[in-house]
Design a protein around this ligand. Structure first.
Ligand SMILES: [Zn+2]
Length: 291
């Protein structure tokens, strides 16, 4: 059985990279022995006799290790535990930012799309409202239907951009690319294995899948596609899945179709001249209050 590994998000490692050569834990006591109740004093107080072992380090606090012990008091319950040094905070943020750009599935020009620039019309207003509301809650499952040029893809990419810019893992993919992404795992030298790729799709806080109807109908692709929708459907209480298709939902596999019709999920049609024959909206319905 394949093991389900956590997505490759930069995070604090399970054990600290500090390797203390002594047999007993040796706290890094320089900054921690200073009065910590007044950081300003710590930062500006002259150090008449700095301990010799801090000389030569860029960061005296962690001795360039990136981690510091929580306490140097062996009787303290937190003794032996470490936390990231503040000198590394920027590095972590930057690594995370780079990682989120790597996984978002968008081209550089697509990353510039913003809800603020989306041209709202009577045809797409409901979709715009549904997606912008969902991205703030980051849970649920919304399927946008409608013809070409109605703004479905733009809404999906705006949502991914909004999440990613807030530091939230968000992925955009067409169904075809998504299947390719999974198949790539089987190529020699693949950077991510199939479990890591699968986990990225199932655990991304925001997953936007475009062109739902366009997947290669091999048995493998069908099975993966159905499983993905099923997993996202089961996680809709705390993850957001945005889907878009030009086709009628009835053309999708039966189990997928039923998931998208779930009472907690929303199907929003973007109406317009090309989509009149498929328009499912009752336009007599007023917009929901507060939306
Ligand atoms: Zn440091």
């Amino acid at each position: 059985m394949s093991k389900q590994t956590a997505p490759a998000l930069p995070s604090a490692p399970n054990k600290p990279p500090i390797s203390v050569s002594d047999s007993k834990p040796t706290p890094i006591s320089v900054p921690l022995s200073l009065p910590s109740s007044n950081p300003a004093t710590v930062a500006t107080s002259p150090q008449p006799n700095p301990p010799v072992f801090v000389v030569g380090y860029t960061c005296h606090r962690c001795r360039d290790m990136g981690w510091v012990y929580t306490t140097d008091n062996p009787k303290h319950p937190e003794f032996g535990k470490v936390f990231p040094c503040e000198c590394k905070a920027h590095d972590f943020a930057e690594r995370r930012r780079q990682h989120l750009l790597k996984i978002d599935g968008l081209q550089p020009d697509e990353r510039l799309r913003k809800f603020e620039n989306f041209v709202i019309s009577d045809d797409n207003r409901r979709a715009y409202q549904a997606v912008t509301e969902a991205i703030t809650k980051r849970r649920g499952m919304i399927t946008l239907t409608g013809g070409w040029g109605m703004g479905k893809t733009e809404l999906l990419t705006c949502a991914v951009n909004k999440a990613r810019n807030a530091g939230i893992p968000a992925v955009y993919a067409t169904t075809a690319h998504l299947m390719d992404h999974l198949r790539q795992a089987y190529k020699p030298g693949a950077e991510l294995d199939i479990d890591e790729r699968w986990n990225l799709l199932t655990s991304a806080e925001v997953l936007a899948v475009d062109e739902l109807e366009k997947f290669n109908t091999t048995e493998w692709a069908l099975e993966r596609f159905s499983r993905l929708i099923d997993e996202r459907w089961r996680s809709m209480g705390n993850l957001l899945t945005l889907l878009a298709t030009n086709a009628k939902l009835e053309r999708l596999p039966g189990d997928v179709f039923s998931r998208l019709q779930d009472g907690r999920a929303q199907v929003v049609n973007l109406a317009g001249p090309d989509m009149r024959p498929f328009n499912q909206w009752d336009d007599s319905q007023p917009a929901k209050a507060g939306v």
